[in-house]
Design a protein around this ligand. Structure first.
Ligand code: SIN
Ligand code: CO
Length: 386
């Protein structure tokens, strides 16, 4: 069982959401009740050598010049880096290291579906990714060593960038604030705000708890793709009975209204949208960490394996979320899969979404709906008995 993980000290979440979230940066000094760096630099380097892990190496080859190498890196690469400041960045470390996944917990005053991942960086003295902005909110948690952060102007897609093939680096940077972060300090940066972090001394590790917000374009395109699957070629425009036009050259407002409602009507089903969105937003990019048992378990295995209770752990490679469906029913979504849960299974589904590790009592497990749900979740590798 992993520890409860870090908790924020004296943090006013309501005040933060009101005054800072998506509005302006905030430095939170000594943010945690107890801080201990959850990952060793060597473990991070090891992850960057794994083919299924997304990683990058950014080297500052000259003042104002950065070079990018995409992972996986060969272990020998770290011995060849020379004197140029460098930083290693590994994406979605929370999916591989439960202690890093535990870093998300203190930020759950924002719903889980908004969380993207925890990226971890390790930098040598002077290393950094250069001045940039991100489209998403991020909490930059200083894990080890020190980093100087500069906060700059608000940017958007028209902000001038340096000519670079691989990196989106800002051509201009107007420093508004500057802080040196120590282990356990957090800097919150809202979307679009320029920032630039540079390691002070070696062994600088930063954990970026990053959020995501779907763009309208992505939503429209993905939902429309989904709706298209259920549309028939025979579902076509039909003329009204009094189709004779006043002016044959005109596309009449009546025709436009009928055409437009064909489009909006196809996208208007709110329940269909909920069912689709839960699956879409919990979908997995790829199945990385396979927990599925070699021999599928049965309800009997689960019954005989348990004592008074069974402790179940969530596979941190998958996203979990639920949508309420009236009084005692929910739709549970795990890694893009959908489960319609009623009664006892609905409350178990909510418990699954509440905690990464939870206990189920004998009695609860005896409910047929719960048994069916839990057995399927285990056999698909979404959950495992502790
Ligand atoms: C870093 O950890 O060096 C970069 C994080 C960020 O700027 O988003
Ligand atoms: Co950034």
């Amino acid at each position: 069982m992993i520890d409860a993980g870090p908790t924020l000290r004296d943090f006013d979440a309501a005040g933060f959401l009101r005054d800072y979230w998506q509005k302006r940066p905030l430095l939170i000094r000594n943010a945690f009740a107890h801080w201990s760096n959850p990952l060793e630099p060597d473990e991070l380097a090891g992850l960057a050598c794994e083919p299924e892990v997304e990683s990058r190496l950014v080297r500052r080859t000259a003042p104002g010049q950065w070079e990018l190498e995409n992972g996986p890196l060969s272990p020998s690469r770290f011995g060849e880096l020379g004197n140029a400041p460098w930083t290693l960045l590994v994406q979605a470390v929370d999916q591989h290291i439960p202690e890093v996944a535990a870093l998300i917990e203190p930020f759950r005053f924002i719903p889980d579906w908004r969380i993207d991942d925890v990226m971890v960086s390790y930098a040598s003295d002077g290393g950094g990714v250069g001045p940039h902005f991100d489209q998403y909110d991020v909490f930059l948690v200083q894990g080890l060593g020190r980093r100087r952060w500069r906060i700059g102007q608000s940017c958007d897609e028209n902000s001038p960038l340096l000519p670079h093939e691989d990196l989106r680096l800002l051509a201009e940077f107007e420093t508004m604030d500057e802080w040196v972060l120590e282990p356990g300090d957090i800097l919150y940066v809202p979307p679009g705000v320029a920032h630039d972090g540079e390691a002070i001394g070696d062994d600088c590790m930063t954990y970026s708890v990053g959020f995501r917000a779907p763009s309208r374009g992505d939503l429209v395109s993905a939902f429309a793709d989904h709706v298209l699957d259920s549309l028939s070629e025979d579902d076509r425009y039909t003329d009204p009975d009094d189709a004779a036009p006043a002016d044959p050259g005109e596309i009449s407002s009546d025709a436009l209204a009928r055409l437009h409602s064909m489009v909006t009507g196809a996208l208007a089903d709110r329940d269909a949208f909920s069912r689709w969105f839960g699956a879409y937003i919990t979908e997995q990019k790829d199945d990385r960490v396979d927990w599925a048992p070699e021999d599928p378990i049965t309800a009997d295995n689960l019954v005989s394996a348990r004592g008074g209770t069974v402790v179940l752990e969530r596979n941190s490679a998958f996203r979990f979320a639920f949508i309420r469906q009236g009084e005692d029913a929910v739709l549970l979504f795990v890694g893009g899969a959908r489960y319609a849960c009623h009664g006892a299974a609905a409350s178990v589904a909510q418990r699954i979404c509440a905690k990464t590790e939870f206990e189920l009592e004998n009695e609860t497990l005896r409910d047929p709906g719960v048994e069916e749900l839990i057995v399927d979740l285990i056999n698909r590798g979404y959950l495992a008995p502790d």
